[in-house]
Design a protein around this ligand. Structure first.
Ligand code: NI
Length: 226
């Protein structure tokens, strides 16, 4: 399931992140790549342990925790500290699958169930640079507004098309979900969304709302690992 979350960050938050990133040192993006993806990866990254990356990552994590749609779609157990990358003209990332297990600071293992890209450059400022994700319906090409996020299964093959003009800045990160299976997460997300709509259309204590909410929680209890 691909989920587009518009406006995760507002324009002043995006501007502030870009201001800090502009004054930061960037290194070759292959530092976080596995053996296969290192051959396909041509971009720049802020080092994981850079103080700027950690502080900006906290801004992103706070926004994620407050976003109902992100929480509903990902059911997060652990989120890897957000990283920051850029693709200048001629840079790209060929088709790859993200590593299944990553080590967060402190040695905590994170199984990557979902991947996220948070766009930090307005689409009019660059050409190319689409994030192309293979899902069950074929290839989906994603290029979103600054501050928007896309959430997708970490198991999917994906790439970033070459940049032909300008520079594309983004934050990217992975997370382990309480519900490992993407199909089960998609069902729960659609059900949760429908329950919120039903509550708004009827009332919080309508019998149908209570029954649907009970079913949602009982499915989550059946499938979640915490
Ligand atoms: Ni990737």
């Amino acid at each position: 399931m691909l989920v587009h979350i518009p406006g995760l960050l507002n324009s002043s938050q995006v501007d502030e992140i870009r201001r800090v990133l502009a004054a930061t040192d960037w290194v070759d993006g292959r530092v976080t790549a596995g053996a296969q993806s290192a051959r396909a990866k041509h971009n720049l990254q802020v080092p994981e342990d850079a103080p700027a990356a950690r502080a900006l990552g906290e801004v992103v994590l706070t926004a994620l925790g407050r976003n109902e749609d992100f929480v509903s779609a990902s059911l997060p157990l652990r989120v890897f500290p957000p990283l920051f990358n850029r693709y200048d003209e001629g840079m790209c990332f060929g088709a790859h699958v993200d590593n299944a297990i990553r080590f967060a600071p402190g040695g905590v293992r994170v199984r990557t169930d979902f991947s996220c890209t948070l766009f930090l450059t307005p689409p009019a400022d660059y050409d190319g640079g689409e994030l192309v994700i293979e899902d069950v319906f074929g290839e989906q090409s994603v290029k979103l507004g600054a501050g928007d996020l896309v959430l997708y299964p970490a198991s999917s093959l994906h790439r970033v098309n070459p940049i032909t003009r300008g520079s594309r800045w983004a934050s990217f990160f992975w997370g382990q979900s309480m519900v490992k299976d993407d199909g089960q997460r998609a069902l729960l997300h659609r059900m949760d969304t429908a329950i919120r709509q039903t509550r708004a259309a009827l009332s919080d204590d309508h019998t149908a709302v209570l029954a649907l909410t009970a079913s949602y929680h009982n499915l989550l209890r059946m499938w979640a690992e915490v």
